[in-house]
Every structure is written in C-alpha cells, then in structure tokens.
Write a protein that binds this ligand. Structure first.
Ligand SMILES: [Zn+2]
Length: 320
C-alpha cells in the first residue's frame, strides 16, 4: 500500500485509508486511543489525537507538528530553565544512574554525548565526577545555549542528532527525555547506534504509557502526553523491540517515578471540573497546589516502586 507524507500532520498516511500510519514502520493497523489538549502551556486550544499502532504497540500524536517547533515550545518551556528546583531534583536521581553506567565502561579517556543537552549542565556534572571523561559533546536545537556550552569546554552541534556528522565514536550517549519528542524514533536510535564505540552505552529515559496514571488519565490529557510536544510514546516491551530493530540490546532497565505527571494530570482534571484556574499565564507548575500534590504522589510512587510499572522508564542500551 503506497504511503504519502501528509503535509498537515507530518504523519505518514495511506492513500486509501483515513487512519494515520504509525511513525515507526508506517503500519496502517492503527486505532484512535485518546484526545488531548495542551494543559500545560496552552500553546493552542486545538484538540490533538493519540493513535495506537496495534503492531508496534506505540502511541503517536496527530497532528504531529514536527515542523512547527517554535509554536509548540514556548519561550517559558521548562527545559530552557534547568536550574529550577523540580528539574534539578529529578535529574539528581538520574545522575547516580549515569555515573553507574559510566563506571561500567572500560577506557581511560571516555567521550560522552548528550542529545538535548541544553548548555551542557549535565555534562558539567559528569566531568566533575569522573576524571576519565576526556571529551564532551552537546547536540541541541537551542541557539542560546551554544555559547554557554562552548565556554564550559563542550563541543556543540546546533541542530538535530539526525544531522550530526562526526568521525568520533562515543562511549556514553545520553538521550534523556528525548526520544518521545522526535518524529522518527527508529531513525534516531539507528543514528545513535552508529555513533557508539564497541563497548559504548546509551542511557534513555522516556515516559511509559502503561503506567497507572497514564491509564487513569487516558481521556483527561495525561501529563505524560505532554501534548503536543510528545510525538511517540512507548511501554517497556515496545521500546525494547524498537531498540532491537535498531541494533541495540537492553543491558538494564528500571521504572522511575514522575510525581509531576500525577500533579499536572490532577490539576488538569480539577480545571476541567471548574475547581481551579489554569491558563497560559498561570500554568500548573505555578499553581499553589502543585508542590503539595507532587510531594504526596512522590510518597505514593515511592511506596509502589518495588512492584509497579511507574510513569517513566530508564533503559541502558548497548550494541547487539
Ligand atoms: Zn507500527
């Protein structure tokens, strides 16, 4: 069945079907899963749909506004301000994982690549913790971060990872909160695989649409949809399958909590009920209930950690 590019949605569609094809393999066996709105930044009032590929077991957004990033990422977007407390706390728990993976990689002068690095603040931390890290590379679309990254001693590629050309191979590649934002996750994983040394490792963090909060808030703009900025969402099995198809095997895996997803989802539901006001001027992160909700759900998720499928997944991958 012939596939064409749909200019409006960015998703592949078949000529004789109105169902959008999945962005992983262009499968046509897809069904509507949920509607969702931008409940965080209110970049528009439009309704987006998430569809599920029955073969690949992934969710993907329609329309996928991959060519309108300036529109869907407002200037106030949180990753542009990584020093804010919530983000720092979330990343701190990841630092231990990064350092553990780094310690497992042999070599005296390691090269580390951070995709979606911003100004390279995580690479700063990695360098300060390991004298074996000799080269650090940032890849990001943020023009404003380039000068800071270079001043801190990192190489910087302004652009997408798909366009990053280098002869260098990396011992560690970080793609934290990245793969769900890209139009073609399989292409990005193949690109990452091609950048790895023989013993190299990739650390990936991405939301889990099989989590309890994802199921409870499926039809209430679950915060993990991050509408319209998350394009493709996975569960443990579907991401593992995609990694394998891209030449990467799972070395280790863990679920991690995301109390922010719970809090924003609850605040979004309260807004729908008319109980509170959330708007572009007053986003959920600034609502006075947010800290209390986050703390409560952090405790709830901590209690469930040993046996539950939590809201985010962390994969360590290596070449197969
Ligand atoms: Zn598919």
């Amino acid at each position: 069945m012939a596939k064409i590019d749909d200019d409006r949605s960015g998703a592949l569609v078949t000529k004789d079907s109105s169902s959008p094809a999945c962005p992983i393999k262009g499968c046509t066996d897809t069904t509507w899963y949920a509607d969702a709105h931008d409940i965080e930044y209110h970049t528009s009032d439009r309704t987006y749909s998430f569809h599920k590929c029955q073969r690949c077991d992934v969710l993907f957004i329609v329309p996928m506004l991959w060519d309108r990033l300036e529109e869907i990422y407002p200037k106030t977007y949180y990753s542009y301000a990584p020093k804010k407390l919530g983000i720092v706390l979330r990343q701190r728990s990841l630092d231990r994982r990064v350092l553990k993976v780094l310690a497992s990689i042999p070599g005296d002068r390691l090269s580390v690549l951070d995709i979606g690095s911003g100004s390279g603040w995580m690479l700063d931390q990695i360098k300060s913790c390991s004298s074996r890290v000799g080269f650090t590379q940032c890849v990001d679309l943020d023009e404003g971060a380039q000068a800071q990254a270079v001043a801190r001693g990192h190489a910087y590629h302004l652009g997408r990872i798909e366009q990053f050309e280098t002869d260098r191979r990396f011992d560690l590649v970080l793609a934290l909160g990245l793969i769900e934002h890209v139009r073609d996750p399989a292409l990005v994983l193949r690109r990452i695989e091609g950048l790895l040394t023989a013993h190299g490792r990739v650390l990936i963090q991405t939301p889990n649409f099989d989590a309890l909060d994802a199921r409870l808030f499926r039809h209430c703009s679950w915060a993990g949809y991050h509408t319209p900025r998350h394009f493709v969402l996975f569960n443990r099995q579907s991401f593992t399958d995609l990694a394998k198809q891209s030449g990467l095997g799972v070395v280790s895996f863990s679920y991690i909590q995301s109390p922010g997803y719970w809090s924003v989802s609850v605040l979004g539901a309260m807004r729908r009920l008319g109980l509170i006001e959330i708007s572009a001027q007053r986003p959920p992160y600034h609502h006075p209930l947010n800290p209390l909700l986050r703390a409560s759900f952090a405790a709830f998720e901590f209690a469930r950690t040993p046996f539950a499928r939590l809201s985010q997944m962390v994969f360590t991958l290596g070449r197969r």
